[in-house]
Design a protein around this ligand. Sequence first.
Ligand code: IMO
Ligand code: MG
Length: 425
Amino acid sequence: MPAYAVIGAQWGDEGKGKIIDFLAENAAIVARYSGGNNAGHTVVNEGGTFKLHLVPSGICWPHTMNVIGNGVVVDPDVLIKEINENNLVPNRLSVSDRAHLIMPYHVVIDQLEEQRRGDAALGTTGRGVGPAYVDKVSRQGIRVGELLDAEDLNLRLTKIVGFKNELITKIYGGDPVDLDNIFEQTRKWASELAPYIKPVENLVAAAIDKKENVIVEGAQGALLDLDHGTYPFVTSSNPTVGGTLTGLGMGPNSYGGVAGVFKAYCTRVGAGPFPTEIHGEQGNRIREMAGEFGVTTGRARRIGWFDGVAAKYSARVNGFDGMIITRLDTLDGWDEIKICVAYEIDGVRTDQFPVDSVMLDRAKPIYESVTGWTESTRSITRPNQINQGAKAYLNKLEKVVGIPVKIVSTGPHRKETLVLEDLMS
Ligand code: IMO
Ligand code: MG
């Protein structure tokens, strides 16, 4: 009936794109609310394989309107490329006039800041996402709707680019960006994007009023949240449920449910604490089997066992009422599978997630093991096809996190999905 949020519950890359493409069959709208093209969502269905960074993962359904909300930061070149690659038209995609633009100087500054951090680099995706949000908060940002008024935009850009070039050259020792080039780019963006720019918040509100399904699509993950994640090793927006409300201009009573997408194990790209990280052979085995390399940057993902302490925290911060477990099939054939149920920090056992990154770095995982299974779970779609071992693992996850598993993904293709409980009922 109303809105359903599908939110990354770990450190991103949980398989949100695949799940949203699956669920969008029954959705009037799929809406992104946060982040930018730091996201990398892979969708595989009868139409082929789609690697999406900015446009929502509902684009493969002809009846679904895809919406980029005000909370997103938009690199216009990336948006235009994804529109063209996917043959999108304005009645399939809209972008909020209040979303902020990622400008060329944001990308330059993101990369220069990372270089300057040296050993303490965060491992950002280098897409300008952080600096664009900085400008939004410091009220120097440029909103998508401003593209439609060239005269005013040029006045603002002249001042802003002057300041950015001082920063780039004098603080970072980089090369300045060219103002005339940027003017020209904004004209091209305006002419290509104008038909897509709308107050999308009204579209979302109207669909909810009509009791049509709206799927709210997460990017990144709860543990990368600016407020609730492992700061400072986080992204610059709020992927958690609060971000959906500000990022789309909707109220909490619109929600019929909030589901968290968890991998059956954990991954993380970039720097930051990762208590259950598996080093060496076992980690490599999962990485190779599951192709754990970033869709956006191609970086090898760090691999870890399922972290039940972090998962419970994520469930609380988001108010999840269900888990969606992805990549279960990657665990086929292991003798033993570990689940972290508590941490030991400075000799003390705790099941509370320490949000302080320095403390989290000292956390030693306390594991419980379940016996693995030899039967394949790949491509299964019906509950009676789950073997006893895999079922015991899912039951254990439910017990540790305290919420039911509603959907299990058993392969990258849309069809490789097992529904245990209807998410949108
Ligand atoms: P999806 O939507 C995984 C990580 C980066 C880095 C940190 C900050 O595919 O799940 P940023 O460029 O956002 O300033 O980088 O956040 N990161 C992600 N990791 N999946 C993502 O998106 C991510 N988006 C950002 O690796 O550690
Ligand atoms: Mg990804």
